[in-house]
Design a protein around this ligand. Structure first.
Ligand SMILES: Nc1ncnc2c1ncn2[C@@H]1O[C@H](COP(=O)(O)OP(=O)(O)OP(=O)(O)O)[C@@H](O)[C@H]1O
Ligand SMILES: O=C(O)c1ccc[n+]([C@@H]2O[C@H](COP(=O)([O-])O)[C@@H](O)[C@H]2O)c1
Length: 203
């Protein structure tokens, strides 16, 4: 029997991608023995407005640039190419057709997993693949564990969690810093800074 390839799915608005995303994806990849992590920038995200005059293509390209140095990272345009709102449940369905020999692990931060009941078709979504939630500054492990336990009980599914190196950064912080001309060096990769400067984004 052929071995299933383990693919982590790292969905995000990535407006822009920062080291919190990269550290989280790499820690989870190593911690759970995943073969690769597929970054999936959202097209039209369900619960967010895209701030900063940035197109889906810009967010996709910045994600490509940020992940280029990791041979285990790939980027998918499955959502940025889709017309209309991107729902994770639809994306996972599509990915299962593209990768029939894969086992999927959807990766989220603590904030995202604790809001998963606001996502489209939560039950079908939790049944469709494994979920792994990482700690994030502002959400302690106990808070995360008890939120996960409630979800596990209600939906009869196991959800994994991992305590990762705390990186107290968000894309909101990065956008604010760029707007007022503060440095973001070491918070996002240099290649992404160069792209932002070249395209004059977030000013
Ligand atoms: N610093 C971080 N530590 C752990 N998880 C994070 C961190 N930043 C983002 N994530 C997780 O990465 C995923 C994608 O996040 P997203 O692209 O919305 O970034 P964000 O920094 O939360 O953005 P924004 O500030 O615009 O809301 C989500 O599951 C989120 O929980
Ligand atoms: O499917 C949904 O209803 C849904 C609602 C909110 C967020 N998501 C997904 O969650 C991931 C993180 O989203 P965000 O808004 O924190 O960048 C990203 O892949 C989104 O598409 C998905």
């Amino acid at each position: 029997m052929k071995k299933l390839i383990k693919i982590g799915l790292m969905g995000g608005t990535f407006n822009p991608i920062h080291i919190g995303h990269l550290v989280m994806a790499e820690e989870i990849r190593k911690g759970f023995g995943l073969d690769k992590v597929l970054f999936i920038p959202t097209g039209n995200p369900p619960h967010k407005l895209i701030e900063g005059q940035v197109s889906s293509e810009d967010r996709y390209i910045m994600t490509l640039l940020a992940t280029a140095s990791n041979e285990h990272f790939e980027v998918s345009d499955i959502e940025t190419k889709r017309i209309g709102t991107s729902y994770t449940v639809d994306t996972i369905k599509e990915l299962k057709e593209i990768y029939p020999m894969a086992e999927f692990y959807f990766i989220t931060g603590a904030d995202a997993i604790l809001e998963i009941e606001t996502w489209k078709n939560t039950k079908e979504l939790l049944d469709s693949c494994k979920f792994i939630a990482a700690t994030r500054p502002g959400y302690n492990m106990n808070e995360l564990k008890s939120g996960i336990q409630k979800l596990e009980k209600k939906y009869n599914r196991q959800i994994s969690s991992l305590s990762i190196a705390p990186i107290d950064l968000s894309s909101t912080d990065i956008r604010k810093r760029l707007k007022v001309g503060k440095t973001v060096k070491y918070m996002i990769p240099d290649s992404v800074i160069n792209y932002i400067n070249k395209k004059n984004l977030y000013r």
